[in-house]
Design a protein around this ligand. Structure first.
Ligand SMILES: [Zn+2]
Length: 240
């Protein structure tokens, strides 16, 4: 099966999902990390290649758009509180004479120190950058720890854990590697665990068919509620 699509100077990773429920049509879903195409079980490779070739313009355009969204998104943040592991904390911005920006989390307050003479138009950008770096570091530590623990308890083996900034996608299992959106750190630990378990189950079952659901239900007793909550809240979490 195809692995990557090359267009101009871009390489777009491609995931082909064979779906037993799909009768005829192919569906394309693009995120900033790869393109997923769901196909009916019996789709022939040359037919798939033909469809992809036909759609190359669309694929390239979408890929470029997603890249641009990521760049523009940093601006215009005015926040005085943050979400962290399911709780809300106060965010304090303090000015300092020191050259380096620093961050402090004590007594339920997150303090970000920024250089005194930072230009007003750069302030929000600097704050947001620092905050996201902090989130990412926290996510890296917690998710890595939790994944190792859960994998050990339930007997899964994985290769690497990647904590990244995705615009929409917040988890993924590819080969034996696990990918998580660092914004998961904003959610309560039970939901973070639910997502980790979801990904661990994909090590055994690639799709979301019955076997997958049964296994996840076995490992996560609040499977139904957790799944529902995530579905409802995720776009909010992404944008705060
Ligand atoms: Zn999944």
């Amino acid at each position: 099966m195809l692995e990557n699509i090359r267009i101009q100077n871009e390489t777009i990773p491609l995931i082909i999902k064979k779906s037993p429920n799909r009768k005829r049509t192919l569906s394309f879903h693009m995120t900033e990390i790869w393109l997923t195409i769901q196909i009916p079980l019996k789709t022939k490779e040359d037919y798939l290649e033909k469809i992809i070739t036909k759609r190359l313009d669309w694929i390239y355009k979408h890929w470029q758009n997603l890249k641009n969204i990521k760049v523009n998104k940093i601006q215009d943040i005015n926040i005085d509180r943050i979400y962290y592991r399911g709780e809300i904390y106060k965010l304090e911005i303090l000015e300092t004479d020191k050259k380096r920006c620093k961050i402090n989390f004590e007594n339920n307050i997150l303090q970000i120190f920024i250089k005194k003479d930072t230009a007003p138009e750069l302030k929000n950008k600097t704050i947001k950058k620092k905050l996201n770096e902090w989130y990412k570091k926290e996510a890296q530590d917690l998710i890595t720890q939790e994944t190792k623990t859960l994998a050990k308890i339930h007997n899964f083996s994985f290769s690497e854990i990647y904590i990244k900034n995705y615009k929409s996608k917040f988890w993924q299992c590819r080969a034996k590697d696990l990918y998580f959106n660092y914004k998961l750190i904003k959610l309560p630990i039970e939901l973070i665990r639910h997502v980790i378990l979801h990904e661990l189950c994909h090590l055994k079952h690639k799709n979301h068919a019955k076997n997958f659901r049964n296994l996840l239900r076995e490992l996560d007793e609040n499977f139904v509620e957790n799944k529902k909550y995530l579905k409802e809240k995720w776009s909010f979490i992404l944008n705060i």
